[in-house]
Design a protein around this ligand. Sequence first.
Ligand SMILES: Cc1cc2nc3c(=O)[nH]c(=O)nc-3n(C[C@H](O)[C@H](O)[C@H](O)COP(=O)(O)OP(=O)(O)OC[C@H]3O[C@@H](n4cnc5c(N)ncnc54)[C@H](O)[C@@H]3O)c2cc1C
Length: 372
Amino acid sequence: MPAISSALIIGGGIAGMSAAICLREIGVDVHLIDIDPEWKVYGAGITITGPTLRVMKRLGILDSILKDGFVADGVLALDPQGGLIAEIETGVDDNEIPGAGGILRPALHRILRDRLMALAPEVSLGVQAKSISPGSPKVVQFSDGASGIYDLVIGADGIFSTTRTTLFGDALAPQYVGQVCWRLMTIKHKQINRRTYFLGGPCKVGMNPVSADLMYMFLLEPMTAFQRLPDALLHVRLAELMGPFGGPIADARAELGPNSNIVARPLETIFLPSPWYRDGTLLIGDAAHATTPQLASGAGMAMEDGVVLAECIAQARTLDEAFATFMARRWARCALVVNSSLKLGELERSGASPIDQVRIVETALRELNQAF
Ligand SMILES: Cc1cc2nc3c(=O)[nH]c(=O)nc-3n(C[C@H](O)[C@H](O)[C@H](O)COP(=O)(O)OP(=O)(O)OC[C@H]3O[C@@H](n4cnc5c(N)ncnc54)[C@H](O)[C@@H]3O)c2cc1C
């Protein structure tokens, strides 16, 4: 018997859906709410690492990811003109799991949602938690006037989590890291056949296939204070930033125009001190540990949180025991991702040698390949 019989999950993103899947699998009654009445996901492509594919297998979605996404082993590090700097090995200790890949965010969202809905959770959309009572069990009042009683409340409401503010106040807020992430969705260029980084230029650039015919490019621009550009100027500024690059980036630049699918957003991060719980409510995913994207592991960590939480709950006699084991298993691994990503961002902004950047990626990936 698990230590609890019911859970409210606030936020139906990657972390919330993963936790919901795993808690339903051990027999917990799950009520998942999301603020978005349409339960949509925004953004284009997402890169997935070997460890992320491993947790996807555990969640029962690997076959769908392999069908709808793109996978290939290894990461290429190229110079700004497309010359080889290094080839980074990827892969986990499981022959069924490729070393790396990518998928469209809406496809990943659909795959997780379909897997979850097959397990019959209760889902309420366009709804927020207005208040959470102290003590146990927890009485939650919702924005639609309804209420519910739960053994456990999970805040999986992302980097700007209001559950976090309710638990810990607003002194702990996401911090801007001095880089803007540009993303361009485009058709897959023939020569981009795996995750590819371009290092040593004025900006770090990456190209990642996300399906048989699509890829996205990201470009990390150093910027001391974020300034938003009007949408009509995004392609002009992105073309300027891509100007110093040759090879596939020059090809992609030649295709830019006013209708290009471009997003630019400031990179922010937050890593909560331990513990990520208070009085029967636990934060998971970006609500607790939102990383910058250099290691492409934020989604993987969010999914692992869900898997580990359900394992801890299944094995513990009390919720407090489950929370303590959860923190012991998640803390160092999430810190590794957040801190290595921040270190990479610093190196990118200071123009450090590409090989120094490659070494940090290799070391972090090696550690993440260890079982979680
Ligand atoms: C630019 C960028 C690129 C990235 N690229 C990658 C990558 O390539 N690979 C990778 O692994 N990771 C990547 N990440 C990280 C990854 O996107 C996140 O780590 C992941 O989405 C976290 O999932 P989450 O469920 O915790 O949060 P989210 O995905 O943000 O989901 C939060 C959910 O909560 C809901 N919600 C919000 N507020 C409330 C509320 N008050 N009440 C109810 N519901 C609420 C939202 O509607 C949403 O559905 C990237 C991040 C950024 C910023």
